[in-house]
Design a binder for this molecule. Structure first.
Ligand code: ZN
Length: 306
């Protein structure tokens, strides 16, 4: 995971604010007016006044360099045509990455957004994380070259039962190759992508509990064994979660969960149900921009390069 040039604490305009808040007595005011009469002190006052003016502008706009919210995007399949609602054309994905790059957005590791919504650590303004669910082959064939071109971090949410098994899915070897690029992190999407609503209505309470435990724990264990990295993030299948599922996920060792609610992530936020935008093929230009955090771009910013 990337660590961060952008986790510096916000610089506070301590000195000007302190001066303004203090209520000096008459003696102190006389002292100050004597000080102002000297040329050197006048310059110092000018510098303080300028600093205070900038601090006021920053306070009025919100800090231009720190995020107040962040966007998590979720993709599934890529290809030359958008044959269904889960496919984004590769050319559209390329256009979206170019848009982020050219408009001062920073693609950050998903874990940085987890830390941010928990109140630990800050993010740069216009922070975006990119995720892809389900382990489709086109993540390897279509998405990977673009991710490598822009050198951006991506989190893949995988359900292990499909890997090296389902026709549309990647192989374990391909997943390991993606991980070896240092750009792709592999996390859990349950073991076989069940619909927990359906299973709950079908199974007895005891069997449902065992089923949930298996789906959450086995996925982590198989992924960790197969790709060799620590797995503790969970994308809820179909975005379905509730208090019982969240308690089971915590027990199974997950520290954060992700849904498919279409809104930005901002604290205060339940870390086990962090929202993500499902990206559609039609999300270009203004429609794509509407998914992204609305903050002034930090000067000279570019898509993060690892
Ligand atoms: Zn899924």
């Amino acid at each position: 995971m990337l660590d961060v040039p952008h986790r510096k604490r916000r610089a506070k305009p301590a000195l000007p604010v302190t001066i303004l808040r203090s209520r000096p007595g008459k003696d102190a005011l006389r002292e100050r007016s004597r000080a102002v009469s000297s040329g050197v002190s006048a310059l110092a006052f000018l510098a303080l006044a300028t600093a205070f003016a900038f601090a006021k502008i920053a306070a009025a706009q919100g800090s231009p360099t720190k995020a107040t919210s962040a966007t998590i995007l979720v993709y599934h399949r890529f290809g030359p045509v958008a044959a269904d609602s889960m496919t984004v054309r590769t050319s559209v994905f390329a256009e979206q990455l170019r848009f982020l790059h050219e408009h001062g957005y920073t693609v950050v590791p998903l874990r940085d957004i987890v830390n941010f919504v928990e109140g630990h650590g800050s993010l740069p303004a216009r922070a975006v994380a990119i995720t892809a669910d389900d382990g489709h082959r086109t993540v390897f064939t279509e998405m990977r070259p673009l991710v490598e071109r822009y050198r951006i971090p991506v989190t893949l949410f995988i359900y292990p039962s499909a890997i090296s098994n389902a026709r549309y899915a990647m192989t374990w070897e391909q997943l390991k190759q993606l991980q070896a690029t240092g750009l792709f992190e592999i996390e859990s999407h349950s073991y076989w992508h069940p619909n927990f609503h359906v299973e709950k209505s079908r199974l007895s309470a005891g069997d449902y509990q065992k089923f949930v435990e298996m789906q959450l724990l086995k996925s982590r264990q198989v992924l960790e064994r197969r790709v060799g990295s620590h797995v503790d993030l969970l994308a809820w299948p179909f975005g379905i979660q509730d208090e019982e599922l969240i308690a089971a996920a915590r027990k199974a060792g997950y520290v954060a969960g992700f849904t498919l609610e279409r809104r930005v992530a901002a604290p205060p936020q339940n870390v086990m149900a962090i929202p993500r935008f499902l990206v559609r093929d039609c999300d270009v230009g203004k429609d794509f921009e509407a998914l992204l955090p609305r903050q002034p771009a930090p000067k000279g910013s570019r898509v993060l390069r690892k």
